[in-house]
Design a protein around this ligand. Sequence first.
Ligand code: ZN
Length: 509
Amino acid sequence: GASSMGGMGAGDADSAASAAGDEAAAAEVAANVDHVLVGLLYIARVLVQCGARLRVLAINEAINLHYVAFRECIMPRRDSNCGKCQSVASRRAAFGLVHELAVLFPQFLIRLVQRHYLTVLDENGSTWEFGYDPIQDSRAAVGYVGLYNPGCVCYGNSVLQQLFMTPRFRRAVLDAVDPAKDPRESVLFQLQSLFGWLQESERKCKDPRPFFAAFKDLDGNPTNVRVQQDADEFLSLLLDRIETAVKGLPQEAAITRTFAGKVVNKITGEKCGHVSDNQEPFQVLSVAINGHASLEEALSAHTAGEPLRGDNAYACGTCGHKVDAIKRLCIRELPPTLIVHLKRFEFDYETMLKRKLNSRCSFPEFLDLKPYMEATLAPETASDEAKAAAAAASHYRLVGVVVHTGTTEMGHYYSFIREDRAGGPTRGGAARGDAAAVEDVGRTGAMSRWLEFNDKTVRPFRFERLEAECFGGEDVTWVYDEATRQFVSRVTEKARSAYMLVYERETRR
Ligand SMILES: [Zn+2]
């Protein structure tokens, strides 16, 4: 029942699925036979047979063993971790052990049925269904845990996964000791708890409701999970609150500096050369994309500068009168992880409505931000530090995209995220697959996997699909026209496009 509410616009989201990715995931599941567990269960069964024959197996030991085989291996409580058995082979072995015990100790069969089997029905109600498959209920084959969507919190889920997948930020958040008195009301504690689940759980997904209960809206009430919100506004608010919560902690710098950069508004007198310098910190770089076909073009326009002349001339404090000047915004300092917000939602003053721009805006995998920095745009007034910073660290690589699909009123968010990240492995401890492969995640080089995090679903994403899934623009579809009895092409605007981009500083060049 509840699972059908897992997300809005599931049809749109499915269009992002890649058949090849699903096949790869299925193959990974098929290969995942828990051989060691199967072996242990068969050994236990043989020992039980021998023990009973030699009359050295006590009845209470048999009951304990039965409990382990049934409750820990086959059907765990709904609120505990997954059953140990993750394959047909191991479930068969566990049922074999249960059967052996029932045959050897028939006097306890009724008690076992009452104590274990009937309670399974009680505690789970109708949510267990015939054809129950633990694989459907456990961590995705790709090794990551999704986030359940109890209504319309896909804006939060997609952003939370981006934060979780930033190793430097995740580690610092998990290392912090939360000073708050009431963990239920602490955003920091709830974020830690959520990250802990995403990293260690064997479940398919985590329910984020405790987090949203602690994350208050602007009126101080728990976030209403049935109301859709803007992903960019959510992220900015969350980072602000985390910044406040970690004040004075040893992890403060690591947490607050991960995404923090500085822009500067410079007004330079054209003749006198006097400079007014107004610095502003940012956590998210918002860029207007209306009328721009690419991120680079939008950034150029963003930092192009405008002349202040005539009535608009600048009152220079040093000269004491109005002078012709150039006003220019430049990037002064870049963070290790740069989040760019593409302004696709605009307020239309003619209709007095918010509208979404579906126009095409491309963005590169490798982005050099040097052309938009103070050291390049205003070298005569930039400090030596600013010049050194620009020269050393302006090369970035795309590592994440938050996609919005739909309209301003009705939409859905999901994330694409690169697995190979600076600052350590992104996979959690409970990832299936061998430990060596997990260790190697941070060093796989250029051929890193990309994954789609779509509420509770996590699956591979083919990076070649980036343009089709994220740039926006037009879609050509072929439809059958009844009147002319021909297929005709129809050009429509794509409803899905990138809304936020995550770039990581390149350290391996
Ligand atoms: Zn002046």
